[in-house]
Design a protein around this ligand. Structure first.
Ligand SMILES: Cc1cc2nc3c(=O)[nH]c(=O)nc-3n(C[C@H](O)[C@H](O)[C@H](O)COP(=O)(O)OP(=O)(O)OC[C@H]3O[C@@H](n4cnc5c(N)ncnc54)[C@H](O)[C@@H]3O)c2cc1C
Length: 495
């Protein structure tokens, strides 16, 4: 069964119907650089730069992958990122195929203090992986995933996508935590933390990261782990793209039966209070094997729904037993929880979150789903297919890692609550963003900190990183004192 069929056959994958459908990504083909004119660039401080033709040509010749300039037939498709709100035009795009290419591109940028964007899977909500007039270091050709089943490890290129990681691991009866939309990049996803439907059992993606290959601002290729440059390895586990360009991630894998009890239970939104009140009382203390997360959305025909995503990662008989009370709540419109391939769940939202959708998002970390938060969730519901309220469930193994053990400090949260908007018409930008903000304002008082990886406005790194910020800033100062890697949730280098 192909990926599209997965989406179509999962009738209860109602989220997929709740946001507009758009075409998938295009296949990229390498081409050679051609430099005829001087190129205008922009520096890290915003000053205009002239990029010498000879130097750009030299960069192109030094790389295995191509360097693209405006006017090249592939330039527009490569500069495009997932969120259609961002339409930026880099001065040049270095399409890297190995760590030496990345090193050459980083050195080119660093020597000129050229504004630098690093593109993994291109799914940054605020569009941090592309810039106007700077260099885009594009990793999308560096996307291979290999698995060593003997030691249960997977190695993914810095531009690999989650589908590649999931499917390569599953081939060997193994898995690690990956996110819920399979065309997201492993790069940004992992560096920011990495939530997914298996995180209660296996922890976040960063908790499974065993080593990485990274090109730092000085152009050096480093192999980092707990045993080698441990400070830097600590920093990339939650500190985002601040510290360099990661060209390879090595993950721990776990034995896994891909056919598992999973699916969605859907109720009319009128039953949201019953469902959420039950969930808030019932879910805490459930096993790490059980992942259940609510979504409130509006179908394209205007039907309001509350949906629970379910994945039970163990013996289905035990899962049925644990899940039984939830299935008895109210009168579901649809109960799609059954034995099915894990990739059905992992791809069910791919089409709904198609490339090119215009999107805005806010989120906050929640320790307890209180009665007040439930009231706010219901009060903030808007009957509009362009808006939805999602959650990422945490707890379990995520919570058992110490606050300072990685650079992701929000370990005590049980849930992440997310308000998102997705639309197609640029004329709707202002109104949908305003509605999303208004909706989130009602929820924010019940949150503490947010997940940098899925926030649109997140410019408050210092507050949000809290207790780990000081150490991050020291490490940033040691490895990137000029703040070359600034297009991210930025950490100021300590001087
Ligand atoms: C549809 C959708 C679904 C999502 N679902 C989940 C989910 O289930 N769980 C979750 O935790 N998050 C989720 N996210 C958030 C996601 O993790 C972030 O948007 C993440 O930054 C995307 O990574 P990317 O490589 O695709 O993005 P990019 O836009 O390429 O990069 C994002 C940031 O990371 C940097 N970066 C990317 N790759 C590298 C690299 N190899 N080395 C150094 N820096 C790099 C970029 O410079 C940029 O600052 C989702 C996002 C979207 C749009």
């Amino acid at each position: 069964m192909d990926r599209r069929s997965f989406c179509r056959t999962t009738l209860s994958a109602s989220i997929a119907a709740a946001l507009p459908m758009l075409p998938g990504c295009e296949k990229q083909v390498p081409v050679a650089v051609k430099v005829d004119t001087a190129i205008r660039g922009i520096s890290l401080s915003g000053a205009e730069l002239e990029l010498e033709k000879a130097a750009v040509r030299e960069l192109g010749e030094s790389m295995t992958g191509p360097v693209l300039l405006s006017g090249h037939p592939q330039y527009d498709s490569v500069r495009r990122v997932w969120n259609g709100m961002h339409d930026k035009r880099p001065a040049l795009i270095a399409r890297c195929m190995n760590s030496q290419d990345v090193s050459n591109a980083v050195t080119f940028a660093q020597e000129r203090e050229l504004l630098t964007a690093v593109r993994g899977g291109g799914h940054s909500w605020p569009g941090k992986s592309v810039c106007d007039d700077g260099i885009m270091i594009d990793l999308s050709l560096l996307n291979a995933v290999s698995v060593d089943p003997e030691v249960r490890r997977a190695t993914a290129g810095g531009g690999a996508l989650l589908y590649g990681l999931d499917s390569a691991a599953l081939t060997h009866g193994l898995i690690t935590t990956a996110g819920v939309v399979s065309h997201t990049g492993v790069g940004g996803f992992t560096l920011g933390g990495g939530f997914g439907r298996l995180n209660r059992k296996y922890g976040l993606a960063i908790d499974n990261l065993r080593s990485a290959e990274i090109v730092t601002a000085d152009g050096k290729v480093r192999h980092i782990s707990d045993d080698n440059e441990a400070d830097l390895f600590w920093a990339i586990r939650g500190g985002g793209g601040n510290f360099g360009v990661v060209t390879a991630f090595e993950y721990q894998l776990h034995p896994f039966k891909r056919n598992l009890l999973s699916g969605n239970i859907v109720w009319p939104v009128a039953q949201a209070r019953d469902v959420l009140e039950f969930y808030a009382e019932w879910y805490p203390g459930k096993s790490d094997e059980l992942y259940v997360g609510p979504t409130m959305a509006t179908m394209p025909d205007g039907t309001g729904i509350i949906l629970m995503e379910v994945v039970y990662n163990d013996d289905p008989v035990a899962g049925e037993k644990e899940l039984a009370p939830l299935r008895k709540i109210g009168k579901p419109m649809d109960d799609g929880v059954k034995m099915q391939d894990y990739l059905v769940m992992q791809t069910q939202q791919d089409a709904a979150f198609g490339h090119g959708v215009r999107s805005y998002i806010k989120n906050g970390m929640v320790k307890t789903i209180t009665q007040e938060l439930i009231d706010a969730m219901i009060e903030s519901y808007v009957n509009d297919p362009r808006l939805a309220l999602f959650t990422h469930t945490a707890g379990g193994a995520v919570k058992r890692v110490g606050e300072m053990d990685t650079a992701f400090p929000h370990r005590n949260a049980e849930t992440m609550i997310i308000v998102g908007g997705g639309w197609l018409d640029p004329a709707d930008d202002e109104s949908v963003i305003a509605m999303s903000r208004e909706r989130y304002q009602k929820l924010e008082p019940y949150t503490g900190g947010y997940y940098d990886n899925i926030d649109f406005d997140g410019a408050k790194a210092i507050n949000n990183y809290g207790p780990v910020y000081e150490r991050l800033s020291q490490i940033k100062g040691a490895y990137d004192p000029m703040n070359l890697f600034r297009l991210n949730s930025n950490i100021a280098p300590a001087t």
